[in-house]
Design a binder for this molecule. Structure first.
Ligand code: SAH
Ligand code: SF4
Ligand code: F3S
Length: 511
């Protein structure tokens, strides 16, 4: 970046529309390319931004070269996620120079974390917009285009305050929930939608950037959430996934009444058209019985909990500042199994956290054997600048050891997942059909002459199920008899109505 180029905080007053031709902001091809990495929060944010831009005449393209508006929705949770974005940005350098109409924006967690640094590493970027400023994206695009037309780059920065940059209220207000229109095409499938019920996180696990990239924890009001779910149901959504970094810590007082996640589940359960309700991610210490009992008593609630343990050794959990011991987690698992027998539980694990000895790694493996997670997402520790862990500990586990521990954990988890999946063979599961499976999509040319194709969906305990069926079944609930399994998938045959009528009752029904 040339030193003379100015980096400004965003200032709407400085848009010099009077000196730019009036049609500058509209004279472009309106093709929008968006690349999203990270968690479901980011997928939802991308949906919301795309919905807003579509309303303004933009259309999505998969071709980054033809797009004159390019957005990156970024993640900072591990270094690798950041590298990916910087290399994508690097590939755009030439195209941006060649076409002055091309506007490039970076949004999301890395935008909030790296801020001006992004302009230094990727000078072709026009604006950087944090997780709480997404409502400004359209305006920032227009502003960049006006600047380009005058041969300038203003490099706008619109981000929330840092966690030490003011009073809690000021910091909280700088992270605005952005929940305008919804965009059906940007959803996992036309029948599934994410609904944000919380933003931010206050847990401050020592290794994690999220409390600074997403700001203070805030719960949205139940009335607003409910009306959003109703809109989604009217659009044909059958399954909603409620999102929060620690979603079971949800608390909101409205009209003098305190609402917890269990109360919210009851409210959403009454929405006509919604068949399934999920929520992620749960925090072990906040897994209260009222929530487990609500899941037990509400047929639309999935029998699935994603409650990351992160590590099986108390010493490491302490370094991580997770706020619980393995024994606390065990107590939680007992309560889950007692109140919700058959409920599946999945976890996240970090291997190679500073101070993790071979013995502590063995304890993590032991916890996988003991708790028999449906699946685990396993991550190699990645030092994140600005976190407590980065300040206090040296990233002292060599990459080779991290890799080996990661593979050992994956192998063990796969073995357990496959063995537990095998218990389903010969049983019947109720599946919300999402659409063609990945392999069906690949082979779509060959199967064009057949009515049935391989479909996929999920059971009520969140297992992926594939089976042959009519694509018209997408969006409906179907009963499937499981005939084979892999560590990640149940493979089955659909039970037709006639078959169900005659002999379905003889099959034991699992969730
Ligand atoms: N709020 C969720 C998780 C958010 S981040 C929770 O608390 O469970 C998703 C996962 O990324 C975490 O569960 C953790 O396993 C992993 N993760 C977070 N920071 C990491 C880091 N610095 N290195 C490696 N993995 C990390
Ligand atoms: Fe990160 Fe911990 Fe918050 Fe999860 S609970 S987002 S791991 S700080
Ligand atoms: Fe990544 Fe931000 Fe999600 S750091 S995991 S996109 S909350």
């Amino acid at each position: 970046m040339s030193q003379s180029e100015e980096i400004t905080q965003q200032d709407p007053e400085s848009v010099q529309t009077d000196s730019a031709p009036a049609d500058v902001v509209t004279d472009h091809n309106h093709k929008l390319y968006i690349e999203t990495v990270g968690c479901q929060m980011n997928m939802l944010d991308s949906e919301l931004v795309v919905a807003d831009l579509r309303k303004r005449g933009y259309e999505l393209t998969q071709n980054v070269k033809e797009a004159e508006t390019v957005l990156f929705n970024t993640c900072s949770v591990r270094e690798h996620a950041e590298h990916k974005i910087y290399s994508s940005l690097g590939r755009l350098r030439y195209g941006a120079r060649k076409n002055p109409k091309k506007v490039i924006g970076v949004m999301g967690c890395m935008a909030q974390k790296d801020q001006k640094l992004i302009f230094q590493k990727a000078p072709q970027v026009d604006f950087v917009v944090g997780t709480g400023q997404l409502a400004q994206v359209a305006e920032l695009i227009d502003k960049a285009r006006v600047n380009h037309s005058q041969n300038r780059r203003s490099r706008e920065l619109a981000v929330g305050l840092g966690r030490k940059d003011g009073k809690r209220e000021e910091i909280t207000n700088s992270f605005q929930s952005y929940d305008p229109l919804r965009d059906p095409e940007m959803r996992p499938s036309p029948y599934q939608a994410f609904v944000r019920i919380m933003i931010g996180c206050d847990k401050f696990c020592s290794y994690c950037v999220v409390p600074s990239t997403r700001g203070p924890e805030q719960s949205r009001g139940p009335r607003e959430i409910l009306s959003e779910v109703k809109v989604l149901a009217d659009q044909g959504v059958k399954e909603v996934t409620l999102l929060g970094q620690t979603v079971n810590s949800y608390k909101h007082t409205q009209d003098g009444k305190l609402y917890r996640l269990s109360d919210l589940l009851y409210l959403i359960h009454d929405v006509e058209g919604i068949d399934r309700i999920k929520f992620v991610t749960s925090y072990p210490k906040d897994m209260t019985n009222d929530l487990l009992e609500a899941i037990r008593d509400l047929p639309k609630a999935t029998r699935y909990l994603h409650v990351p343990l992160q590590h099986g050794c108390d010493d490491v959990l302490k370094y991580m500042k997770r706020g619980y011991t393995v024994e606390d987690y065990r107590d939680m698992m007992h309560r889950i199994n007692e109140i919700l027998p058959g409920c599946s539980v999945s976890s996240d694990f970090i291997v190679g956290h500073p101070g993790e000895t071979e013995e502590s790694h063995q304890k993590s493996l032991e916890s996988i054997r003991e708790f028999r997670f449906k699946n685990s997402f396993i991550f190699k520790y990645s030092e994140r600048p600005g976190t407590k862990a980065a300040e206090r500990f040296e990233d002292d586990i060599p990459e080779e050891i991290k890799k080996r521990r990661n593979n050992e954990m994956l192998d063990l988890q796969n073995e357990i997942s496959e063995a537990d999946n095998a218990e389903f063979i010969g049983r019947q599961v109720e599946v919300l059909v999402e659409g063609p499976s990945k392999s069906a999509l690949k082979a779509s040319d060959d199967s064009a002459d057949s009515l049935a194709e391989q479909l996929m969906g999920r059971s009520k305990c969140d297992r992926i199920v594939v089976f042959d069926g009519n694509p018209r079944l997408a969006g409906s609930l179907a009963d499937v008899e499981v005939i084979d399994v892999t560590p990640t998938t149940l493979i089955g045959n659909i039970i037709t109505r006639e078959y169900q009528h005659q002999s379905g009752a003889s099959l034991p029904i699992l969730q």
